[in-house]
Design a binder for this molecule. Structure first.
Ligand code: FAD
Length: 602
């Protein structure tokens, strides 16, 4: 597991804003402009935080503590000359019953690399000073929105200008584009939309012959476990308000297909990458692609891998004596449904989302017995808790880009703390849910935080959309803490010596975690090995190298839809700056010896 939150500083401020507080009694607009123009030690709380998205630091950075922020703000201000601060209307934020502050949005401009003007936005959060005589900055968030006069990653209008149609003339076998994206799932589509908005020529390659197969190709019962309004692709709402709150795969795929049409995504379907090498002696990539019986060469300055790293290639264990088993063995890659095993005995190995979904499917298809094998305690998050939290932020009243700025700009430690308070209260109020599961032998990790599992594992938990009740009722049995020893002719043997009979065993044991394994299938082992991967959080609570290139002109994008939507805008801006000849420091690559990839150390 990467470095987590254990030593990360930062906590929520107390709830010191009275319920009937009148915002007009304090000149927050003046205060905001005054603080930003002259950030002094006395203007901020000791435990204040600042998170920046490219606009001041050129990276995604979080800083903790008043002294550090004062020093960093002053240092970066000399370079980036932040100016023309314009504050908007203040509002009270109450992310948890025990915490509150005042948010003031603001806009400003900065001087970016090569003299480009950066249009930026931000939010400054005030809390009452300890002595009650004034207000102090507790949190500062700053975001590079766009480069003046160069489009905006949130504004798709240039896509509809015919001059920006990227589709290539039929029959042309060699193509030159600025960006080649490999993998047309939610990550590849999000970045394509952003690049289109910035008028950057790209090609998106997808190996499947239809859009959305990364969802419809999974098992039949799969659906999203985060709410519809959180799962839009960039720009507007991908799904209809009448669509279910938790989208099934078919609707997700339809949403992707409509997006491709609406935003003229330049996608090549059924495209197989045959060879992918760094260009000789220049920055860029040369890629051989086979499609429709023809061979194509694509030369691209930037290569983005969005092939589903960490969350799409199943990782079943090698269990001894599989050959001796007379039944069927499947995993999350080839299990579709269990209708062929009606009346037979099923075992599912794994107790996270996939394990629960497979067990539910076995139940729906009338298997005679169903047993879930649990290795470790599993975090369970009832869907009602998740819907309550997510829909307070992502809903039909709030534009997605506004919700993203509220949620994604927060220092990770802060959003985690707010979620923890809500979940702890819910856990306390509904203890019996977990008691009931433990009563039938399913061990629950009661200390787990959903935020941490999403950030660091991307799986391993279950958002309970109903199957926990089937476990409690005994329709799905559980065997926990007794590791599988191997197969026997008629089932599985456990370390305890127990034998469990089965006709079907499904391994729902998660996905390959290291993105380099999948990347190696395209760029080769040597380049994949040199790709920079995050070791977790630094002490201020930021992922090291967050959204930075993983190699020379090489990028990796993936994650949940909300992550793909938000992160794609910063990758697009970094690529845009590099293409304009004004790269951020992490994209200043030297032309290297022919054919060799040399990664400039950050
Ligand atoms: C059971 C389950 C429930 C989930 N629920 C949610 C949820 O509620 N919300 C959420 O946000 N996330 C959810 N996820 C996670 C989500 O599915 C993944 O995070 C997501 O699919 C990753 O998106 P991606 O675009 O990075 O990759 P993928 O969706 O895997 O897409 C990758 C694409 O790349 C293509 N590809 C791969 N290799 C190549 C190649 N060599 N050449 C060309 N194309 C290639 C693939 O065909 C695929 O279309 C869930 C996952 C599972 C398993």
């Amino acid at each position: 597991m990467p470095r987590g939150f254990d030593n990360v500083l930062g906590s929520l401020p107390p709830d010191a804003i009275p319920q009937d507080f009148d915002l007009s009694t304090v000149p927050f607009l003046d205060l905001t402009e005054e603080v930003l123009n002259n950030f002094s030690r006395s203007s901020a709380d000791d435990g204040c935080l600042w998170r920046d998205f490219l606009c001041m630091t050129g990276q995604i950075k979080t800083f903790y503590g008043v002294d550090k922020i004062k020093e960093k703000w002053a240092g970066y201000s000399q370079e980036k000359l932040p100016r023309y601060f314009q504050a908007g209307e203040p509002e009270i934020s109450r992310p948890a019953p025990s915490s509150s502050w005042i948010d003031v949005p603001f806009a400003f401009v900065t001087r970016q690399e090569g003299g480009l003007v950066g249009n930026c936005s931000g939010t400054i959060s005030f809390v009452p000073s300890h002595d009650g005589t004034g207000w102090k900055v507790w949190m500062l968030r700053t975001v590079l929105e766009n480069f003046e006069g160069c489009g905006h990653p949130d504004d798709p209008s240039p896509i509809f200008s015919t001059a920006n149609s990227f589709s290539s003339p039929p029959g042309q076998l060699e193509h030159r584009v600025s960006v080649l994206i490999i993998g047309g799932g939610q990550a590849g589509l999000s970045l394509s939309g952003r690049l289109g908005a910035l008028s950057i020529p790209y090609i998106l390659l997808e190996k499947e012959s239809e859009i959305g197969k990364s969802w419809t190709g999974k098992y039949d019962g799969v659906r999203q476990h985060t709410i519809r309004e959180m799962n839009n692709l960039p720009f507007d709402r991908t799904y209809k308000p009448s669509d279910p709150m938790l989208l099934p795969a078919k609707l997700v795929a339809e949403g992707f297909q409509n997006y491709v049409k609406k935003y003229r995504i330049n996608i090549w379907l059924a495209a197989e990458v045959e060879k992918c090498l760094p260009s000789n002696g220049e920055i860029g990539w040369e890629v051989n692609v086979r499609k429709g019986g023809k061979s194509y060469v694509i030369k691209a300055r930037h290569l983005v891998l969005s092939m589903g790293a960490s969350l799409s290639v199943p990782n079943p264990p090698k269990v001894p004596n599989a050959d001796s088993f007379k039944g069927d063995i499947l995993d999350l890659g080839n299990f579709k449904n269990s209708s062929s095993w009606r009346g037979k005995k099923g075992i599912v190995v794994g107790s996270a989302t996939g394990g629960h979904d497979v067990a539910q499917d076995m139940l729906d298809n009338g298997l005679a017995s169903i047993t879930m094998i649990q290795r470790n305690k599993t975090p369970i998050f009832p869907i009602e808790w998740v819907v309550k939290g997510q829909s307070s932020l992502y809903n039909l009243q709030t534009p997605p880009e506004v919700a993203d700025r509220r949620v994604d700009t927060q220092p990770l430690k802060i959003s985690r703390e707010a979620q923890r308070i809500h979940f702890n209260a819910a856990k306390e109020a509904e203890k019996e849910r977990f008691d009931a599961l433990e009563g039938v032998g399913f061990r629950v990790d009661r200390d787990a935080n959903l935020n941490d599992w999403i950030l660091f594992r991307g799986g391993g938990y279950y958002i309970d959309v109903g199957t926990s009740a089937r476990i409690v009722s005994g329709e799905i049995k559980v065997k926990s803490g007794d590791p599988v020893k191997g197969f026997v002719e008629n089932g599985l043997e456990f370390e305890s010596g127990d034998i469990m009979e089965a006709d079907l065993v499904v391994f729902a044991t998660g996905y390959q975690r290291d993105p380099r394994i999948q990347a190696a299938t395209v760029v080769g082992k040597e380049i994949a090995k040199s790709m920079r991967t995050s070791r977790g959080l630094d002490k201020d609570g930021e992922f090291d190298g967050n959204m930075m290139p993983v190699g020379k002109a090489l990028w990796l994008l993936g994650g949940a839809v909300s992550q793909a939507r938000w992160n794609s805008r910063f990758i697009a801006l970094q690529i845009q700056a590099e293409l304009m000849g004004n790269p951020f420091p992490q994209c200043r690559w030297e032309e290297s010896e022919a054919g060799r990839v040399k990664i400039t150390k950050l």
